[in-house]
Design a protein around this ligand. Structure first.
Ligand code: C5P
Length: 422
């Protein structure tokens, strides 16, 4: 999103409190954000917090703009690649549908020649009301894009459709809207909030992620270090290409992405069972840091130290190797199996050996010595190892690694070698 310009109109709903997070995510992706806050929105967030996070002035008044220059609001509405309305209240949607221009937000929306994406947020009864649905239908006909609303518990205590999409989901829809950059006034059937087709549509991919926790007793466990960041990014990138993703995750620090089927597990054995239950799949990406051993007899009660200096007698058994198991030839084997090799020494040699030993098709190898800062960090430096050779990728963000890998998987499943075309 580097260099993309977002005009972000913040309406007056409790969901406005999630907008600072959206701005933070957009800024992290390199987009510039110009916030516009309605008077009702200012009841929930302040112009100062939005402008501080956006590092740009937050506009609130129509007449401030017209005082600066005759065409202030026209310029503002056009100096953007995308106009985002979040949260879009029932009232704001109604005024948009009616073509009103009685404040800064609606004036900008009427004056813009750029695509508009709205993230509705309101009580479930307001959302299902015939008047709101009529307005939505009109706005869709006008080419306005929608993301959400989601279903769930509401601030007012009711349950149902009307919750604003989470910032990550809105970010995804913004990415899609920017990528497509379709003109306004699309035919209604072309208006979708999320991509319905992509190079991986009709494909199912299983992704494992995060660590596994192997219990010692009810309060202690052994585990590998893993934030789950790379696995979550891979699942999101596959989803962005239209794949149906089964995301089998251990207890990770990073939240699973939206729009994937999340299966939460604790132990390696549970992870193996969850992967098996998710099959068949076209591809599998095993990004989890699975504990190689589990404790033979986890205690039912917390082990106590008794002051005698006696140490716990822990016996270990080997866990199932999910990657080796899924790579075995057979009707259930996915067409493409990708494993990871986090190594501290002889990265390439170890990765090659692992490729052969596990029987998978590709290994993404990375050097996780503490000095690299990769473990738990935002970046990764990987080498893609396959039977016919290896390819070193430059150091890039985990998100970019994920996108590149997802593109390779798509290319491979769609019948070409999946190597760089350049
Ligand atoms: O053998 P090692 O743990 O280094 O292999 C790493 C790769 O194998 C990763 O893709 C990891 O997800 C997978 N793996 C697995 N099940 C295990 C151990 C590792 O799927 N029990």
């Amino acid at each position: 999103m580097q260099g993309s310009r977002i005009l972000l109109i913040v309406g007056g709903g409790i969901a406005a409190i999630k907008i600072p997070e959206l701005i933070r995510l957009l800024r992290r992706e390199g987009a510039s954000v110009t916030p516009v806050l309605t008077p009702a929105g200012a009841q929930f967030v302040t112009p100062l917090s939005l402008s501080s996070l956006a590092e740009a002035p937050c506009h609130t008044e129509l007449f401030d703009l017209t005082r600066e220059s005759e065409m202030g609001h026209i310029q503002l509405s056009r100096a953007a690649d995308l106009v985002v309305v979040a949260p879009a209240t029932a009232n704001l949607l109604a005024r948009m549908a009616g073509g009103l221009a009685d404040d800064l937000a609606t004036t900008l929306l009427l004056a813009t020649d750029k695509p508009v994406l709205v993230a509705p947020a309101m009580n479930v009864r307001m959302w299902t009301h015939a008047a709101t649905q009529r307005n939505i239908a009109q706005l869709q006909k006008d080419g306005i894009r929608f993301v959400g609303p989601d279903e769930g518990e509401m601030a007012c205590g009711e349950f149902g459709a009307g919750r604003m999409s989470e910032p990550e989901g809105i970010l995804h829809a913004i990415r899609v809207a920017l990528g497509q950059s379709r003109p306004l006034r699309l035919p209604p059937e072309a208006v979708v909030s999320l991509p319905s087709r992509g190079v991986l549509s009709d494909r199912h991919v299983v992704v494992t992620s995060g660590p596994t926790h192997e219990p010692i007793d009810p309060v202690r466990y052994i585990a590998n270090r893993s934030s789950g960041a790379q696995g979550a990014a891979i699942a999101a990138a596959l989803r962005d290409l239209g794949a149906r993703v089964s995301f089998v995750t251990g207890p990770a620090e990073v939240a699973p992405p939206e729009g994937v089927e999340v299966i939460r597990v604790e132990t390696a054995q549970q992870m193996r069972e969850a992967v098996e239950a998710a099959l068949p799949a076209d591809a599998a990406v095993m990004a989890a840091a699975v504990a190689d051993w589990r404790v033979r007899d986890p205690q039912a009660s917390k082990m106590k130290k008794d002051g005698s200096g006696r140490q716990p007698d822990l016996q270990f058994v080997e866990n199932p190797d999910i990657l080796a198991w899924i790579s075995q030839p057979g009707p259930q084997r996915p067409g493409l199996v990708v494993g990871f090799a986090a190594e501290t020494d002889d990265v390439l040699a170890n990765a090659r050996a692992k490729l052969a030993r596990k029987g998978c098709d590709w290994i993404l190898a990375n050097d996780v010595r503490p000095a690299t800062g990769i473990m738990g960090g935002q970046e990764n430096a990987v080498t893609l190892v396959r039977a016919d050779g290896s390819e070193e990728w430059p150091r890039m963000s985990k998100r970019e690694v994920a996108r590149k890998l997802a593109e390779r998987i798509a290319a491979s499943l769609n019948g070409n070698a999946g190597k760089d075309s350049e």
